[in-house]
Design a protein around this ligand. Structure first.
Ligand code: NAI
Length: 329
């Protein structure tokens, strides 16, 4: 007997990440090849966006995915999030010309307050939320604060793209197979301040740091390359990363739902004070996942250089939190 279908809500469904994401969810790459899914897609009410969404739905239908048990199109989060088990919040307000950072935070605070409230009202009590739309960590924080009846731990932000980018840079540097890298993590904000940390990483049991043995490369090449990768892709492609972002969203949700089998993965999750990060700040941490729950890897040694990097990305997140404080009242 096949499993009952689960409900997966995706916002910004007609955008470029949506286009790279939905087909993979429907084919079973996120929740397993035995898990039927119902897609509950949200776009803004604008006619152009709703028409684009209709086109995406026609293509989903034309794939005849055996696991796709239903597709719904919505313009109201109260309908899109009804009973949803998974919510991927991809749609966000991009930074327009002349827009100040405060304006960007305010525009997104409006979106993520409304979506947090809707999740609070109508989603499954166990809903797993992944925020992709930027500024992802603070948008996740806003949604979490707007959903007081749901467990805070159910709100996460996507740091997995940074994690995957870091793994690929390490593999290229030292000739590792990317899939052999273990115990890598990215601390902090999904922004150029994030701190990709391979001090604990191993390949086939051997220390990555000892193999590379080049702190100047870490500081002057690796960290800036990973931190500015998004901008480098925009410069090259003329568009922001979409397929790799969608891939990271699949990785994040799959590992959360199905388990990381003891391996570390990076998730942006609300702090409970771990590593000196104030409670509720949504911060990139190393986690392991099992039975649908994540657990922050604790007790890692933080050296002076790492502490400096963590402080910098934390200061940015505290600034963002303070910037939306009045909007959350
Ligand atoms: P896009 O502009 O192609 O698509 C965004 C879609 O969201 C649009 O179709 C828009 O109509 C929709 N949208 C906007 N507000 C909405 C709302 N309130 N409700 C529902 N839908 C809404 O953008 P793209 O490339 O798909 O990127 C989406 C977001 O993901 C951006 O904020 C981007 O900065 C972010 N991103 C995050 C990454 C991460 O690692 N966390 C990596 C790459 C992108």
């Amino acid at each position: 007997m096949s499993k009952p279908a689960v409900r997966v809500a995706v916002t910004g469904a007609a955008g470029q990440i949506g286009y790279a994401l939905l087909f993979r969810i429907a084919s079973g790459e996120m929740l397993g090849k035995d898990q039927p899914v119902i897609l509950q897609l949200l776009e803004i009410p604008d006619e152009k966006a709703q028409n684009a969404l209709k086109g995406v739905i026609m293509e989903l239908e034309d794939c005849a995915f055996p696991l796709l048990a239903g597709i719904e199109a919505h313009s109201d989060p109260m309908q899109a999030f009804k009973d949803t088990d998974y919510a991927l919040l991809v749609g966000a307000r991009p930074r327009g010309p002349g827009m100040e950072r405060a304006d960007l935070l305010a525009a997104n605070a409006q979106i993520f307050t409304a979506q947090g409230k809707a999740l609070n009202a109508v989603a499954s009590r166990n809903v797993k939320v992944l925020v992709v739309g930027n500024p992802a960590n603070t948008n996740a924080y806003i949604a979490m604060k707007s959903a007081p009846d749901l467990p805070a731990k159910n709100f996460t932000a996507m740091l997995r793209l940074d994690h995957n980018r870091a793994a690929s840079q390490l593999a290229a540097k030292a000739g590792f197979k990317v899939g052999d890298i273990r115990k890598l993590t990215v601390w902090g904000n999904h922004s150029p301040t994030m701190y990709a940390d391979y001090r604990f990483a191993t390949v086939n049991g051997k220390s990555v740091q000892e193999t590379i043995n080049d702190q100047a490369w870490n500081k002057d090449v690796f960290l800036p390359t990973v931190g500015k990768r998004g901008a480098a892709i925009i410069a090259a492609r003329g568009l922001s990363s979409a397929a790799s972002a969608a891939n990271a969203a699949i990785d994040h949700m799959r590992d959360w739902a199905l388990g990381s089998k003891g391996e570390w993965v990076t998730m942006g999750v609300p702090s409970n004070g771990e590593y000196g990060v104030p409670k509720d700040i949504v911060f990139g941490f190393p986690v392991t996942t099992e039975n649908g729950e994540y657990k922050i890897v604790e007790g890692l040694e933080i050296d002076a250089f790492s502490q400096e990097c963590i402080n910098k990305t934390l200061a940015e997140l505290e600034g963002e939190r303070d910037g939306v404080k009045d909007l959350l009242k």
